[in-house]
Design a protein around this ligand. Structure first.
Ligand code: ASP
Length: 324
């Protein structure tokens, strides 16, 4: 029988709706009491690592989850399911994907409706995630997000709807598999990225979103010795208003790594445009283009790379391998 480690971290999947219709955390996590849902099919080992709404989760908690999985692997587990709030689920999933050397299935799941709401999706998603984690076909696929009968890569999945149960989507590339009556069916595979098996996380890695009329003030506000790196969600294929360029140059002069992605929902950032503030000029200035990742994922990748001690060309190479 497969041994599956279930790590509970909080989120709507562990919350309940009160008599006023407000969704609130519980002292006792109801999803953690569900050890018997796969009785006779898997051995479920439960770890209630923490119980936080996911906007309270930081890279420090992400590292704790990674270390909990490392420990479980030393003890011989065959797969992992993590329950997590959906707001920052994609960031935790990608952090684990970048930092876990394991080939055992690691599945992250959550819920859009809390445990006592009509049509609650928590228990269903939890059970499906366990089934995917226990299936041999799931080995070596990197960290995956299983929600609503779909299997997405941690690298490209994103939350697209505030309340709908079909919120997790993979723009541009699509999901890598489906779950049909408890069985995963895979139809795509990702090439794995470099793994950085880090033991600490750096702070002060920021994310800025470009907009029409953006000026230099946000860039100047981050121009300090403390800033470790900045990801910029550029316009379209990866362009910025020209008025931002002097402030960007001041950040580069301070050796602050700057990463450029697109604020578009679909597509990848590329150096296509040769006008002032266009991607070609930004690349020549020294911005690192990170293709295919959204801003929050690129920020996690930059943070992991910096935490692993990568700098200069090695950091640029690491950040440029998202699409392979
Ligand atoms: N706000 C919740 C959280 O991320 C949303 C959810 O879990 O679905 O904790």
């Amino acid at each position: 029988m497969k041994k599956i480690l279930a790590i509970h971290t909080g989120g709507t999947i562990s919350m309940s709706q009160n008599e006023k219709g407000e969704v609130v955390p519980n002292a006792e996590n109801p999803i953690a009491q569900q050890e018997t849902i796969m009785e006779g099919r898997v051995e479920l080992i439960t770890d209630e690592l923490f119980n936080l709404p996911s906007p309270h989760v930081t890279p420090v908690e992400m590292l704790k989850i990674k270390q909990c999985i490392n420990q479980g692997e030393r003890e011989g587990i065959d797969g992992v399911v993590i329950t997590h709030g959906t707001d920052t689920l994609e960031e935790t999933a990608y952090f684990l994907d970048l930092t876990l050397p394991s080939t055992i299935p690691v599945i992250v799941t959550g819920a859009m409706r809390s445990s006592n709401e009509v049509g609650s999706d928590g228990l269903y998603n939890f059970q499906t995630a366990i089934e995917v984690a226990a299936d041999d076909a799931s080995r070596g696929n990197g960290v995956m997000v299983v929600m609503n009968d779909e299997i997405h890569t941690a690298r490209y999945v994103t939350k697209t709807h505030t309340t709908n149960v079909a919120t997790f989507r993979t723009p541009t590339f699509g999901p890598i598999g489906l779950v049909a009556k408890g069985h995963p069916i895979y139809f795509q595979q990702l090439i794995r990225e470099d793994i950085c098996d880090i033991d600490h996380v750096v702070d002060h890695v920021y994310l800025l979103k470009a907009y029409a009329g953006m000026d230099a003030s946000l860039f100047d506000a981050l121009n300090s010795d403390q800033t470790a790196g900045i990801v910029i969600e550029g316009l379209g294929a990866g362009n910025l208003p020209p008025v931002t360029l002097p402030a960007i140059q001041r950040l580069l002069d301070r050796n602050i790594p700057l990463v450029l992605v697109s604020r578009c929902y679909n597509g990848v950032a590329e150096d296509i445009y040769d006008y002032q503030g266009g991607g070609i000029e930004l690349r020549k200035m020294g911005l690192m283009l990170c293709q295919g990742l959204n801003g929050q994922k690129a920020r996690i990748k930059l943070l992991v790379g910096l935490s692993a001690g990568l700098r200069g060309d090695r950091l640029a190479e690491y950040l440029s391998t998202a699409v392979s």
